[in-house]
Ligand binder design. Sequence first.
Ligand code: PLP
Length: 301
Amino acid sequence: MSHVMNTYARLPVAFSHGKGSRVTDTEGREYLDALSGIAVNTLGHAHPKLVAAIAEQAGRLIHTSNLYGVTGQDKLADKLCALSGMQEVFFCNSGCEANEAAIKLARFYGHKKGIELPTLIVMDKSFHGRTMATLSATGNYKVQVGFEPLVAGFVRVPYGDLDAIRAVAEHHRNIVGVMLEVIQGEGGIHLRDAAYYRGVREICDAHEWLMICDEVQCGMGRTGKWFGYQQVGVQPDVATLAKGLGSGVPIGACMAGGRAAGLFGPGNHGSTFGGKPLACTGSEGGGGGEGGRARGGAGCL
Ligand SMILES: Cc1ncc(COP(=O)(O)O)c(C=O)c1O
């Protein structure tokens, strides 16, 4: 009997190694890896530049602490901001952590404006993670059932419905922002035309709300531009990343710009492992540039 906690319905296969877009299982059978670790292995398996960068960094310094400067973190933040139009980046380890940071940022923003119970508008069929705040923001009952009481501070609307957001704006005095995926991933592949996202941006601006884009799944080049919101011509105040950012090395990021920039100060948020040297080092691991095939990863920025 396995001593691993039974949280996944696993297929009866395990992999021993991979190269590019192919993986080989422990019985020696080769597969085309169309899943890519659930939108993670943006550079494919065993990319020589990423492998070399990680190996070199591991031999020098895997971890120090965010009590000190982390050179690779500064460089990666510079590159992400140049690509995303954001001003600053908080580094963490996963998508749910990046979204936790975004939710905290929104609440902090609300409190600074004198809103006592800051509330975010979130979407039906969304997925934002499995921590208590992010599963509460998620628009899927299956993810939530058994874990009540949910975290308060979220109002849900149908995805694609600008009037629903306007209606909430009319009656709810505590709204501080709208959080959405430009392409809903886990909820099915749902997207709307560009006018919808521009409409959300306009409503956010009219009410001085934050527009928060969860780019954990649709970001890092997976749409052909670096970020999904660039495909629809909007600039959010906050965008979250993980998955493909490290091409397999765990790293998440909460990027802030516009009215979300400069909110946090020392002590407002933190992470022991977030943005550690090993995770950031891949930022110098290879070539890059916006373009045709899905790419990304700290390793190819
Ligand atoms: C859009 C989106 N946000 C957040 C998450 C959570 O990311 P993680 O599993 O790294 O916590 C996921 C994971 O599938 C996702 O697709």
